[in-house]
Design a protein around this ligand. Structure first.
Ligand code: PLP
Length: 489
């Protein structure tokens, strides 16, 4: 074991300390006289005894066992792990924002309300919608808000028989899960071989019982549905509403808008497209945009602007869903969004999408020689490979993904979407330079060569990481969060 691999408990030596408390400045009394007897510890505590440098090194070494975007390429499909400018962190940390209390009066927090109002306006403009609620805390939370809006709208119009939501099979898994949670029956329609919604199959299932359709666009294959206008018209003609899963808005920013395609509701994942490092489970924000006829149903409060230019929280929303989140949502995430939009500007946002799409297609075309590309076509921000080309049929996507770790990259998303066998889902994002993409292509081609010459190398990978092949179910369900070795005392 290298010295820097030692855990804090193994560095412990009796008598070492990393702190010095000031001497007691209350005369004549022992500390124990101030603390009730029953609150005093009776046993020696099992704490490691270490110096200040030991502590610093322990935590720094632990952090370096982790892999993050600030260390290297992280092409996780569907999740958009991209570089997020640090200036957005600075903006969200400004004391004028962080020292506020959510119960302060509107007139005391005009700056924050203005920022929230403006970010709502910007997100409406970018998506082609009329109004936003900023409350939802994540993408899936935005989805449930959107589906509850669909339900509230139909109930308001006496259309309670509309109990089915249509979801194409290339949708993100949260779409059918959300509709089911809202009490809907899910009608799944299969994609055509070209990855798009089967229009005939769609026409066959719509009717008086259609509440709506949820479309992930680009879908989980990274494909923009060319029949999108037909899809929204078919649902509208049947009296349903159309929901756009805009989690991956980085594919279309400044190029096209869900509102113009006919969608009634759209959610964003601002922790994917609009800054905020995500991973580790949050926090995020999933603002939901609606066309004006749905505004009366939005969660309350909504941020509004008066004629005199001041801002206020409006609790008077006629058919409101109520609250989806405490107060106004995750303000600090929305501030990062605002900062990102302002620093990028209209042209910058459009360029980001252009580069995200270019990078994905460059990788897809560069990897198809050695990896199966089921659909050789134009992709948006991501694409899905169906495993490595391997005549022996012994090398799995898991082997490839593990070997990628040895090459110094984070692996792509694997075995998702389910409709592609041995799926490797790759999203390079706009923030990677061509040099990095070329290094990644080289690494994947080396792996393809190793698969032929030394398959054992792949089967036993990874070789260079702190953890190798954990039992993933056990690792998630049976966490060991405590040091279980001997304390060196
Ligand atoms: C990430 C994602 C979601 C879910 O977003 P969360 O913030 O993780 O809840 C939904 N749809 C699509 C297409 C996504 O990529």
């Amino acid at each position: 074991m290298m010295a820097y691999d030692k855990l804090i408990f193994e560095l412990s030596k009796p008598g070492k300390t990393g702190y010095r408390l000031p001497s007691l400045d209350v005369e004549g009394k022992d500390l124990s006289e101030y603390i009730p007897e029953e609150l005093l510890a009776t046993d020696e505590l099992d704490f490691p005894e270490v110096s200040e440098v030991d502590v610093i090194r322990h935590f720094t070494n632990l952090s370096m066992k982790n892999y993050g975007l600030d260390r290297g390429f992280y092409p996780l499909g569907s999740c958009t792990m991209k570089y997020n400018p640090k200036i957005n962190e600075d903006v969200a940390s400004l004391e004028g924002f962080t020292n506020l209390h959510p119960y302060q009066k509107d007139e005391d927090v005009q700056g924050t309300l203005e920022a929230l109002y403006n970010v709502g306006e910007a997100l409406s403009e970018i998506s082609g919608m009329d109004f936003m609620t900023l409350q939802p805390a994540a993408g899936a939370h935005g989805e449930i808000t959107g589906v509850m809006l669909i339900k509230a709208y139909h109930e308001h119009n006496g259309q309670n028989q509309r109990n089915k939501i249509i979801v194409p099979d290339a949708a993100h898994g949260t779409n059918p899960a959300t509709a089911a949670m809202a009490g809907y029956e899910i009608i799944e329609i299969k994609s055509k071989p070209n990855g798009m919604v089967d229009i005939d199959a769609l026409k066959a299932v719509v009717g008086d019982d259609t509440a709506g359709l949820m479309l992930t666009n680009p879908n989980t294959l990274g494909i923009y549905d060319e029949n999108i206008k037909d899809i929204t018209s078919i649902i509208h003609d049947a009296g349903g509403l159309v929901y756009y899963d805009g989690a991956n808005m980085n594919a279309i920013l400044g190029h096209s808008r869900p509102g113009d395609m006919g969608f009634d509701i759209v959610h964003y994942n601002v922790h994917k497209t609009f800054s905020t490092p995500h991973g580790g489970g949050g926090p995020g924000a999933g603002p939901v945009g609606v066309k004006s006829f749905l505004k009366p149903f939005l969660p309350k409060p909504v941020v509004e602007k008066k004629d005199d230019g001041t801002y206020y929280l409006d609790f008077d929303v006629p058919y409101t869903l109520g609250k989806m989140k405490a107060f106004v949502g995750h303000v600090a995430i929305l501030l990062r969004t605002y900062s990102y939009i302002l620093t990028m500007g209209k042209d910058g946002l459009r360029d980001a999408s252009t580069m995200a799409v270019l990078n994905a297609n460059y990788l897809a075309q560069s990897l198809k020689e050695n990896y199966n590309l089921p659909l050789d076509r134009l992709y948006k921000h991501e694409f899905v490979l169906a495993g490595i080309k391997d005549d022996t049929h012994t090398i799995t996507t898991l082997d490839v993904a593990k070997r990628i770790l040895d090459k110094g990259f984070h692996a792509p998303t694997v075995y998702f979407p389910l409709i592609v066998p041995e799926a490797l889902m790759i999203e390079p994002t706009e923030s990677e330079p061509k040099d990095t993409l070329d290094d990644f292509i080289k690494a994947l081609n080396e792996i393809a060569e190793e698969a032929k010459t030394n398959p054992e190398l792949l089967k036993t990978a990874p070789h260079d990481t702190p953890v190798r092949r954990p039992d993933e179910t056990k690792a998630a369900k049976d966490l060991v969060l405590k040091y279980e070795g001997e304390i060196n005392a």
